[in-house]
Ligand binder design. Structure first.
Ligand SMILES: *Cc1c(COP(=O)(O)O)cnc(C)c1O
Length: 388
């Protein structure tokens, strides 16, 4: 029996041809494809700058550095996210705290954020940066977060790893209308892929310049940025402590090729979500709520088990689906309950909505090449797993 994963990539002959063409070209890195991919994504999102890197984790790291996050600062994010959304603050020597989720959208709750800001202001512990995560591709309430950013003076870094191809109030997610920088991931389970890869988008030339420096060793070849005149045509200067987070030409070529199918991919995900909505209507599960004024990227499709209506436990339903060949997963284990974060003093009950979600959530398969027949198999398996 073929396993159905919760997510997977599609690689077409066009993708393969694009990558092979790069292999046969002069540049495997630092050639024309990376700027071409950046141009394709920034045009799609309507931003002035886009910087491709080797992962979203790297993009989050250099975004924090570019925004000046450092020791003594606080970064706040959602507990229901991948660990990278929080770790980027720690890389910079900052401290991390969390804002509980909204029980309907599963995104950072703007009211909880406001309350936490009011308290933090009193103790002189306001965050330097807040990282809203568009969980499953569903955009956060960016207008509310932006208004709070104006009032309390923090930077906003959107972790849109799940959300390329989605829209917030009719505008592309990633346009940075309500944030300083937005980050995408191109890991194979995400919406489009470059194998490993990420991108940071911004409308600020100054931030883009910093991101470019941190991406590549902190080195510049721009005479205007040097401390003195170039020694000669070979000359470059290291003016920051940067990293090697560059994306390869092969990855960028794959990205350019995948971008052509982005809209079709998200449209197919929406079809599948509509089918789930019908097929699951009478089952004891809560389907993901959709904003009426937004268009989710629909990277994930987490349902919440209505445990008071079934005789099986969350664990049992999960096991049963896995045994039946359905690769369900849980997005995510609340970050503050990870041992590394517990050692900083967090307790599971600190963020009760996140904990409640974690006890019931299960991501069902959703990806562009999932067929209706496979989706039907997922639904039958779920029905069996939930028990009589
Ligand atoms: C996948 C993911 C990341 C990290 O992406 P990589 O490209 O694998 O580094 C960060 N944040 C979220 C929310 C993610 O889902």
């Amino acid at each position: 029996m073929q396993q159905i994963p919760y997510g997977r990539q599609e690689i077409t002959q066009d993708d393969i041809d694009a990558v092979v063409a790069v292999l046969q070209s002069d540049f495997l890195t630092q050639g024309p494809m990376v700027p071409k991919f950046e141009e394709a994504v920034s045009r799609y999102c309507n931003t002035t700058h886009a910087l491709a890197v080797n992962s979203a984790t790297s993009a989050l790291h250099i975004a924090c550095l570019a925004l000046g996050v450092g020791p003594g600062d606080w970064l706040w994010t959602s507990p229901i996210t991948f660990v990278a959304s929080a770790n980027c603050g720690l890389y910079c020597g900052a401290k991390v705290d969390f804002v509980d989720i909204d029980p309907h959208s599963y995104n950072m709750c703007p009211k909880a954020l406001e309350q936490k800001l009011i308290a933090a202001e009193r103790f002189g512990r306001l965050p330097k940066i807040v990282v809203p995560v568009h969980l499953c591709g569903q955009p956060c309430d960016m207008q509310a977060i932006h208004a709070l950013a104006q009032r309390y003076g923090f930077k906003v870094l959107e972790d849109a790893s799940h959300a390329i191809g989605g829209k917030y109030k009719g505008e592309p997610i990633g346009n940075c209308q309500y944030s300083d920088i937005t980050v995408f991931s191109f890991h194979p389970v995400k919406i489009i892929t470059t194998a490993e890869g990420g991108m940071a988008l911004t409308n600020s030339a100054e931030l883009a310049n910093k991101l470019a420096l941190f991406r590549s060793h902190g080195i510049t070849r721009d005479p205007a940025q040097m401390t003195h005149e170039a020694d000669g045509p070979w000359y470059y200067q290291q003016i920051e402590l940067g990293y090697n987070y560059r994306m390869t030409e092969l990855q960028a070529a794959l990205g350019v090729s995948q971008m052509m199918r982005l809209d079709a991919y998200v449209a197919r995900r929406h079809q599948l979500a509509r089918r789930y909505e019908e097929l699951l209507a009478s089952m004891p599960v809560t389907i993901p709520w959709q904003h009426t004024d937004s268009y989710s990227g629909l990277h994930l499709y987490p349902v919440r088990l209505q445990l008071n209506r079934i005789k099986r436990s969350h664990h049992q339903v999960f096991e049963s689906l896995r045994v039946q060949g359905i690769g369900v997963n849980l997005h995510y284990i609340p970050v503050h309950t990870q041992p590394y974060y517990e050692r900083m003093g967090f307790r599971a009950e600190d963020f009760p909505q996140a904990q409640a979600y974690y006890r019931e959530a299960m991501s069902l398969p959703i990806y562009q090449t999932l067929t209706d027949a496979q989706q039907d198999r997922v639904v039958s398996a779920l029905s069996l797993a939930l028990g009589p």
